[in-house]
Write a protein that binds this ligand. Structure first.
Ligand code: ARG
Ligand code: ZN
Length: 873
């Protein structure tokens, strides 16, 4: 059942052209596909033709115009094969599909009364019989015929070349995509949609039509996405010299979507969540996410579409690189330091736990049962970290040159992660052979640093070693090639210029040390006193760093480090230790005093940057804290973290109040850097004020909820209210529901704040939420807002000692699997992490995994997750 990287074979047949004809009706869709195929060079004459196909009814099949009879081919649940075919031939396939019943949201399906598609990774085979693999590139022509009234808008990839009347109130359009592409980039949309149009003039002076299609009620919420697209287009020209290559760029927003968005050539299809944004309905974080995802899908036009993947094991070739490009874009549009902090938070809370679970896999996996299970944090965000390390090792200019060379060399081809690495190595004139282990070895490396100072000679030596714990798939690991960015601070807090042994002059205050062995040493010279090391600056590698700082060092770094990431990190490590000591019952009064003092210093710093301060003053996330405890006790972690929060709230109450008043933006809502940063810091302060227990502060929260003119402020207050049990909480939640019950994306927020609340009876609440008339298992956003938010975003509640959380999750995974296997498999993942918990929780979690495994007619998707989880010991 498993597909293996080592079994890769090039395609036996190539498809030059595909001519699709869709006839869409209310109860089914008929697809006529005509394609021109030829046998690939060197392929044996007797090699049969295999086409993928799934959930299809085959109505007819013609080879060079001749109908094939049932015994001319072999039909299975996975596809069809034809035993003897000429070297070159035309094949015509007629299929019938039922998009109305397609709840898997893969292939052709319906959302909000419209038709749309999702073909990555293997959805095209649910439309027609076809070699549905990324290394078969063809020229697509698409004709769509549908009722004119219901479906005035008919879209596909490329350029609209013709249209006409089809009689009986029906019309047709014809699209031609001039760029050869794999089937996973095919898209079709039919519906009654509002179009927001604009134009973009490329650097070379071509005008590109930009079109956003949304349901009519969302007509006024596409402005931000449009601006984001223009920024992304400009940015890719400026940064990588890449210009858009078609006359039209279309984006369609749909409310039912398994993932975030899809980069179909010339016709992106998006989850509404990443397109729609207005101040009343979207938070600042939503606005930012729209910009990032619009950028991401646009950047795929080169890294993904023009140069694509040979097979799905190479997924990170396009995703890691595109996430990295998206990150660079976000850094350039906002604050690089804040962006970096948020990237690392996400890596640690989502990817590190994956690496430590039975689902652990390398950035380039070696086998899978269901490829959709490998659109993971490892492939995407660890993949982006690996690209970032190339960038660090080569430097910005060489890296960009390398990417351009890669895109030129492999334009129009389906290639591998190796091809990319070779091109970069060649461009930089460097051996990156060992670096390849980042793609093939699973797990999060540990980097241990020890230091030594020789006062007589003014020498300071760092001894750096690395190791990587065994993972279920690999017992032994070889050393990685790890860039470790370091700085040294003098006792006065000044950053020192660095001179490595053997160099004649000191240069800069940050140096990238390259660790390639399992242990190495690096000596700095010319130091008058023992410095404080600032290690892994900018988080230069996706590793766990170990160095024995004492609490004072961390407080010192938080106050003085000239690397903003390292400064933030020092504060996080300090808070982390204090919380962990509290969990272990080893907290001393001095502990809280030190954190309080450190936080006060941040708040009172004369050059305070409000958005960086908001990051520094946020306590480490529960999921990250849990990684430092074995077995992890999410309930104890919640209690210790909340206790420290309350102490910080009370000890600094007047500072929080001041901060709230000072930074809360005046006047009407604006989406500029000042207002965003102001809201962020003010809402952080409000969060602490919500924990002081003072009536005055509770009142402030309520007041903010009721007076807010934007979703950022109203949701921040609502989330605090949702933790409470009083009348004010009930009133606000009810008010929010009444106000937004007709607006799905906002109603998702209402579900999510409740599923994530610290309310003492939150498990009961979640049980009520899944019974709510607006809860709908067929809508992935709603499922994520309730089930996902609860199981992943509320660890203390999910891991409640009673096991109720586990049972609730398993029951929904089973029900959901019959509707949407992709989303069901994702929802099951929190149970896969059972090894991290105590014996009693382990037992309950495994019981639920077993219950899922025993459910009748399980999908491949869920089967792979639960079987891998249960096999681990
Ligand atoms: N290529 C898309 C993106 O990252 C993700 C779509 C994946 N969809 C899926 N069903 N696996 O931009
Ligand atoms: Zn992507």
């Amino acid at each position: 059942k498993a597909v293996k990287l080592s079994d890769y074979e090039p395609p036996a047949f190539e498809v030059e052209t595909v001519d699709l004809h869709f006839q869409l009706t209310e109860d089914c869709a008929r697809v006529r596909t005509r394609m021109h195929l030829h046998r690939a060079d060197g392929v044996d004459l007797h090699e049969p033709l295999h086409l993928h196909g799934e959930a299809l009814e085959l109505e007819a099949l013609y080879l060079d115009g001749q109908p094939l009879a049932m015994d001319d081919f072999l039909l299975t649940r996975q596809g069809l094969s034809i035993e003897r075919v000429p070297d070159r031939f035309e094949l015509e396939v007629h299929t019938l599909l039922r998009p109305q019943d397609n709840t898997s949201l893969s292939g052709l399906y319906r959302s909000g009364g419209n038709f749309c598609t999702q073909c990555e990774a293997e959805g095209f085979r649910r439309i027609t019989y076809f070699p549905d693999r990324p290394d078969v590139l063809s020229r697509f022509t698409t004709t769509i015929e549908a009722d004119r009234q219901r479906y005035p808008v008919l879209l596909s990839n490329g350029d609209l070349v013709d249209s006409g009347d089809a009689g009986e109130g029906r019309h047709w359009v014809k699209w031609v995509d001039p760029w050869p592409k794999p089937s996973y980039l095919f898209a079709l949309v039919a519906g009654d949609l509002h179009c927001h149009q604009d134009t973009y003039r490329t650097r070379s002076g071509r005008d590109v039509q930009l079109e956003f299609y949304v349901e009519h009620e969302n007509a006024n919420r596409t402005g931000h996405a449009m601006e984001s697209l223009k920024k992304a287009m400009r940015w890719d020209e400026d940064t990588y010299g890449l210009e858009y290559d078609l006359d039209t760029y279309m984006v369609v927003a749909v409310g039912d979507f398994n993932m975030g968005a899809m980069e179909n050539k010339g016709l992106n299809i998006f989850n509404t969540q990443y397109v729609l944004a207005s101040p009343e309905t979207a938070t600042d974080a939503d606005f930012e996410a729209v910009e990032a995802v619009i950028g991401h899908e646009y950047f795929h036009n080169y890294t993904g579409n023009r140069v694509t993947c040979r097979d799905w094991f190479q997924l990170s070739l396009k995703e890691g690189l595109t996430v990295f490009r998206e990150q660079q874009f976000s850094e350039d549009m906002g604050s690089p330091a804040v962006q970096r902090i948020q990237q690392v938070r996400l890596l640690r809370s989502a990817q590190f736990p994956e690496d430590a679970s039975p689902m652990a896999h390398p950035v380039r996996p070696e086998s899978y049962v269901e490829i959709n299970n490998f659109y993971t944090a490892t492939v995407y965000i660890k993949g982006a970290e690996v690209i970032r390390m190339y960038h660090t090792l080569l430097g910005d200019a060489v890296f960009r040159q390398g990417v351009k060379r890669y895109l030129e060399r492999f334009d129009g081809q389906a290639v591998t992660i190796e091809d990319f690495r070779q091109t970069l190595a060649e461009t930089g004139g460097r051996d990156l052979g060992q670096f390849g282990r980042w793609y093939s070895q699973t797990g999060t490396p540990r980097v241990r640093v020890r230091d030594e100072f020789d006062p007589a000679r003014g020498r300071y030596t760092l001894h750096i070693s690395q190791s990587c714990p065994p993972t279920p798939d690999q017992a032994e690991k070889k050393p990685f090639h790890i860039p470790v960015a370091v700085g040294l601070l003098g006792r006065d807090g000044q950053a020192l210029s660095l001179r490595l042994s053997g160099e004649s002059v000191a240069e800069g205050t940050t140096r990238v040390l390259e660790l390639t062995g399992s242990e190495q040493q690096f000596t700095f010279e010319g130091l008058a006193e023992r410095p404080v090391p600032s290690l892994l600056r900018g988080f230069s590698a996706p590793v766990i760093l170990e160095y024995d700082y004492d609490d004072d060092d961390l407080a010192f770094l938080l106050a003085h480090d000239n690397d903003p990431f390292a400064r933030w990190e020092a504060g996080q490590q300090l808070a982390l230790r204090v919380i962990l000591r509290r969990v272990q019952g080893q907290a001393s009064p001095n502990d809280s005093r030190q954190v309080i003092q450190a936080f006060q210093q941040v708040l009172e710093a004369p050059d305070l940057d409000p958005s960086l301060a908001a990051e520094a003053l946020a306590l480490p996330q529960e999921a990250y804290l849990a990684q430092h405890m074995d077995p992890a006790d999410p309930v104890a972690i919640r209690a210790a973290r909340e206790a420290l929060r309350t102490e910080l709230a009370q000890a600094l109450a007047s500072q929080w109040r001041d901060t709230y008043r000072r930074y809360r933006p005046e006047g009407p809502w604006r989406l500029d850097a000042d207002h965003i940063a102001g809201r962020r810091l003010a809402n952080l302060a409000l969060g602490y004020l919500g924990a002081t227990g003072a009536a005055e502060d509770n009142g402030l929260v309520q007041q903010q909820y009721h007076r807010a003119d934007n979703m950022t402020d109203s949701l921040a207050a609502l989330a605090l209210l949702a933790d409470r049990e009083d009348e004010a909480a009930v009133t606000a939640l009810d008010d929010f529901y009444q106000r937004w019950r007709q607006t799905p994306l906002v109603l998702d927020k209402w579900f999510r704040v409740q599923a994530m609340s610290r309310h003492p009876r939150v498990v009961e609440r979640v049980q009520a939420l899944v019974q709510h008339p607006d809860f709908d298992l067929r809508n992935p956003n709603r499922v994520r807002a309730v089930i996902g938010a609860f199981a992943q975003g509320n660890p203390a509640a999910f891991h409640d000692d009673s096991g109720t959380g586990y049972r609730l999750l398993a029951a929904h995974v089973i029900r959901l699997d019959a509707i949407n296997p992709q989303v069901a498999a994702r929802m099951a993942l929190p149970l896969s992490k059972w090894q991290r918990y105590d014996a009693s929780r382990q037992k309950m979690m495994k019981n639920e995994l077993q219950r899922i495994a025993d459910a009748p007619s399980l999908s491949n998707d869920v089967y792979e997750v639960v079987s891998r989880s249960l096999e681990a010991t």
